[in-house]
Design a protein around this ligand. Structure first.
Ligand SMILES: Nc1nc2c(ncn2[C@@H]2O[C@H](COP(=O)(O)OP(=O)(O)O)[C@@H](O)[C@H]2O)c(=O)[nH]1
Ligand SMILES: [Mg+2]
Length: 254
C-alpha cells in the first residue's frame, strides 16, 4: 500500500477516465487510485474495472446510484481512513485539474492538514470557462469567504490533498452537504477546528469531453447553507462548529 490515495469521483466520464488515470499514474507512480463511480449509465464503471486489470494499484467502488459528490467522497474518505493512507487526494475526472501538480501538493501536505489547488490566489487561473461560470465561482467564493469569516480564497475547489488524520478526527457523518457545497463545508470545518490550510495556485482548464454535472440546485444548496452558517456564526450563542484553536492559513505563491 502506498502513502497516498487519489480519489476520482465519476459520473458519465467514459471519454475521460482512461486519460485521467494514466496522467495520475505518470505524475505520482507510487500512489493508489480509487475510482468512485455512481453507476454511470455511459459505462464509466466498466472501463474503470478494465483498468484495474492492468494496474493493480487502481481500485473501483461501484455505488448504487448518482448520490452527489459529497456522498461519494465521504465513502472514499472512510476507505482511506480504514486502510491507513497518510494522505487522501481529491481530483476531478474531466482533466480540469492537472495531475502534474500532485507531487507539489503532496509535499505541501507533509506540513499541512489540507492543501487546496486554488484558482483564486495569486498565480492561480481558469482557462476556457464561460463568463457565467467564472462569475459564479468568483462571486460565490467571495460571498462564502465573507459569510463564513474564512481566510480561504477557493472554498469550492475540488482539487485537494488532505492529511487523513485530520479527516479521522472530524465527524464525517456530520458533514451534510451533497453537491459542491461539500467542498466548502469540509474546508471550513477543518479551518475552524484549527487545522492548517494551504492554498497552492493552479491553472484550472475547462473539460473538453463529456458534460458538467453543475446545475442550479447545486448553486442554491451552497447559497442557502453558507447563508445559514453565516447567520449562526453571528448569533450570540456562537458557532455552528466548535473551534479547537486558532486556524492557520497560508497561500503558496508560485
Ligand atoms: N461519483 C460521483 N461523481 C460525480 C457526481 N457529480 C459529479 N461527479 C464528478 O465530480 C467531478 C466534477 O464534476 P463536474 O461535472 O466536472 O463539475 P464542474 O467541474 O464543476 O463542472 C467529475 O469527475 C464528475 O464526474 C456524482 O453525483 N457522483
Ligand atoms: Mg469539471
Amino acid at each position: 500500500m502506498g502513502d497516498a490515495l487519489v480519489l476520482v469521483p465519476t459520473y458519465n466520464e467514459a471519454p475521460n477516465i482512461r486519460d485521467i488515470v494514466a496522467r495520475i499514474r505518470a505524475a505520482v507512480p507510487h500512489a493508489d487510485i480509487l475510482v468512485l463511480d455512481d453507476a454511470s449509465p455511459d459505462g464509466t464503471g466498466s472501463i474503470a474495472d478494465a483498468i484495474t486489470q492492468t494496474d493493480a494499484r487502481v481500485a473501483v467502488i461501484h455505488r448504487a446510484e448518482k448520490a452527489g459528490l459529497g456522498a461519494a467522497y465521504r465513502e472514499g474518505f472512510r476507505y482511506a481512513i480504514e486502510k491507513r493512507y497518510a494522505i487522501v487526494v481529491e481530483i476531478d475526472a474531466d482533466g480540469s485539474h492537472d495531475p502534474a501538480e500532485l507531487p507539489t501538493m503532496l509535499r505541501l501536505a507533509e506540513t499541512a492538514d489540507l492543501v487546496i489547488g486554488s484558482r483564486w490566489v495569486r498565480g492561480g487561473s481558469v482557462v476556457d470557462w464561460p463568463r457565467h461560470r467564472l462569475a459564479i465561482s468568483r462571486l460565490g467564493n467571495r460571498y462564502a469567504r465573507a459569510a463564513l469569516r474564512s481566510r480561504i480564497r477557493d472554498l469550492t475547489a475540488g482539487f485537494r490533498a488532505y492529511r487523513t488524520e485530520a479527516l479521522h478526527e472530524m465527524d464525517l457523518d456530520a458533514v451534510s452537504s451533497q453537491g459542491y457545497c461539500f467542498q466548502v463545508e469540509m474546508a471550513w470545518r477543518l479551518e475552524r477546528s484549527g487545522c492548517r490550510v494551504v492554498e497552492h495556485p493552479i491553472t484550472f482548464v475547462e473539460r473538453t469531453e463529456g458534460d458538467s454535472k453543475m446545475h442550479l440546485g447545486i448553486v442554491t444548496e451552497a447559497l442557502w447553507r453558507v447563508t445559514a452558517w453565516g447567520i449562526a456564526l453571528r448569533l450570540p450563542s456562537g458557532s455552528p462548529h466548535t473551534r479547537r484553536g486558532p486556524a492557520e492559513h497560508s497561500a503558496d505563491p508560485r
